[in-house]
Design a protein around this ligand. Sequence first.
Ligand code: OGA
Ligand code: MN
Length: 274
Amino acid sequence: MRIETLTDTIGVSVSDMTRADLLDPALSDDLLDLLEKNGVLVFPDLHLDDPEQIAFSRQFGELEILPIPGAEHPEIFVVSLDPDKALSAEYLKGTFYWHIDGATVDTPNKATILSAHEVSAVGGETEFANTYAAWEALDSDDKTRFGSLRVEHSFATAQGRVHPEPTDEQVRFWNERPSKVQPLAWKHASGRTSLVLGATASHVVGMPLEESDALIEHLQEWVTSSRFTYLHEWQVGDLVIWDNRGTMHRALPYAAESGRLMHRTTIAGEEPFQ
Ligand code: OGA
Ligand code: MN
């Protein structure tokens, strides 16, 4: 297999892998290692079908199952802005803002895998930021200053960015999902530290709001600056896996009518925010 780095800080492309290699248990530990070090793995031109994607994904951990009645493959979550294709189309506009999947629960997903079935002619790229690299590049004063801060995250904060003038009913619905306080600097069992930010980040606990807004904005810009990011321009058949513990991601805007269709598998979380 051929491994090429995509940027200085994030992303590698893995090519010349056969389907047999993809499902070879001897390679899966190496791939997980490569993922943890690089944040994102891109497998161009694979064209996996759903059972193949599920089998590939299972090697990295337990898969999340969605309670969709009658679904043939409940491990597959359809990502599309077309409400006829995806149950959550309404909320997927939230993916246009930088985020970490599961930022409002105790233990976020370990990794997420998207396979491109249809791409948008305009927009619809996915952009990734390396939150380990962004932490590591801070100077030591900032690390000391930020190391013990805590940030409240909520679904309502994220949806509020999509709908700046929500109805009372929207707000009531969003607020049914509880908010969660997370560390700004996630200290992993591996010894590495990553920044926890994104569209769900509401405020730094115990900090005056103006100062908190400025700090969140400053750090968000730092993490998502070109120094720590990779933009994936999709081709049909590409498979991309990201380490959800050490990255943030967003989709660049695309139209519901664009046809863009991704099949997603989600590796359940193993390591709580701490
Ligand atoms: C997701 C997500 C981004 C995309 O599935 O969690 O954020 O580009 N997707 O579709
Ligand atoms: Mn996401």
